[in-house]
Design a protein around this ligand. Structure first.
Ligand SMILES: Cc1ncc(COP(=O)(O)O)c(C=O)c1O
Length: 401
């Protein structure tokens, strides 16, 4: 490996909720256990050196006045999308800055929906969608993902179609890859989903923030690439923040080919006058999308694949009563602990606290809509994944309680 994914980074006092906050109410880490941060969706790896180099280089010039996005910024995105996602023909005009992916999503909804309108989402659902969409006055209608005979999460196209018709829905959010289920949708699955949306005149916001984080050789298919209709009716959102651990720097972007959709979204995004780029974040993206950044991501994928493979094998062979689908992308596990809780007469809250007590800072998965779920972030050095599994084995799942 060229880059370092093994050093255990101490993020204490360095602006990080991953270590500063314990997300499980009334839970405490017992003395003698170190904290292993396995919850919020950021990574415990040092980011790609070309990013810090780019920021430092820019910071050496001591003026930070008003600025415009540089051509290098747009060229970096066009090159990245071409080399990583095989997107051809993308031009600067189709790319627009968004502070955050969720902000971009809300601007897109505001551009085309009015208060109380229903929006179709899949469930399990990323909590950020639930909070931002409901806070803005839209009604969320869920179409459940269903696990097939092999445990693979699948879309239920008939259900999507029925709900869209029943609730007169004309806006949908499509999370690809899917958080928290870890699906990297196959082309035929995306095509079928788009056919349902097309048949119902339902525009789509495709959140592709996880599209660089692919495991075990899986391939991301950009939603806009599956048909002409998709190209013209999908608003796609991307960011280097998830890929390179830059959430604290702020900065994402949309790709919208249809000029009518694009103008409406850009106008809406501009209304607050808050949606503007930070100059260091622009240089961070340029540093990220260099060839060295691409190599860093390739190595990261290998590290995350090893972590996911190890944890999946460990859990399925050691933690009886805990089930999960093996993620194909992201770095999240979404555990179903129902059988374990029932057999051990424990509540999910008790289980969550027991994990935190031994330093495994994992996350309640119920807000993502499954009643016995825990979400576990594996973007930590491999040694910490092994340590977390060993502690969960010895002190939590198999301790005889
Ligand atoms: C699917 C998805 N979308 C959006 C976000 C948040 O993006 P942003 O911080 O750019 O709003 C996350 C963060 O975990 C996410 O998982």
């Amino acid at each position: 490996m060229t880059y370092d994914f093994t050093t255990i980074m101490d993020r204490t006092g360095k602006d990080s909720i991953a270590v500063d906050i314990i997300p499980v109410p009334d839970a405490k880490v017992q003395e003698g256990f170190t904290k292993i941060p396995m919850w919020v969706a950021d990574m415990n790896f040092a980011t790609a050196p070309t990013i810090t180099d780019a920021i430092i280089e820019r910071a050496k010039h001591p003026a930070f006045g008003y600025f415009s996005e540089s051509d290098e910024y747009f060229d970096s995105i066009i090159r990245w999308q071409e080399q990583r996602n095989q997107v051809t023909g993308l031009t600067k005009e189709c790319i627009g800055y968004e502070n955050g992916v969720l902000g971009g999503l809300i601007s897109a909804l505001q551009a085309f929906c009015s208060a109380g309108d229903a929006v179709l989402l899949h469930s399990p659902t990323y909590v950020g969608f639930t909070g931002s969409i409901s806070n803005n006055g839209y009604k969320i209608v869920h179409s459940d993902l269903v696990q097939d005979e092999n445990g693979v999460w699948r879309m239920d196209y008939a259900d999507m179609d029925a709900k869209i018709k029943k609730h007169k829905i004309h806006a949908a959010v499509f999370c690809s890859p899917h958080n928290p289920c870890g699906r990297v949708w196959e082309r035929w699955e995306i095509e079928k989903a788009m056919e349902v949306y097309e048949a119902n005149d339902c525009f789509v916001i495709a959140d592709e923030i996880w599209s660089d984080l692919l495991l075990n050789g899986n391939k991301h298919i950009p939603t806009q690439s599956v048909s002409d209709w998709a190209k013209n009716n999908v608003i796609a959102l991307y960011a280097p923040s998830k890929t390179f651990n830059l959430a604290g720097l702020i900065g994402s972007y949309h790709i919208i080919y249809n000029s009518y959709l694009r103008d409406r979204v850009e106008k809406q995004s501009s209304l607050s006058h808050y949606n503007s780029m930070n100059v260091l974040s622009m240089h961070a993206l340029i540093g990220a999308y260099k060839p060295e950044g691409a190599l860093w991501v390739d190595e990261l994928r290998q590290v995350l694949s090893d972590n996911v493979n190890y944890a999946y094998d460990y859990i399925t062979s050691h933690f009886k009563g805990v089930t999960l689908a093996k993620p194909e992308g992201t770095y999240m596990l979404y555990l179903n602990c129902e059988q374990w809780c029932r057999e051990h007469e424990k509540t999910l809250d008790e289980l969550l606290k027991a994990g935190v007590a031994v330093g495994v800072i994992w996350q309640d998965g119920r807000p993502f809509h499954r009643p016995y779920a825990i979400r576990v972030n594996l973007a930590v050095p491999h040694s910490l994944v092994e340590e977390a599994m060993a502690r969960l084995d010895k002190y939590v799942f198999n301790c005889g309680v």
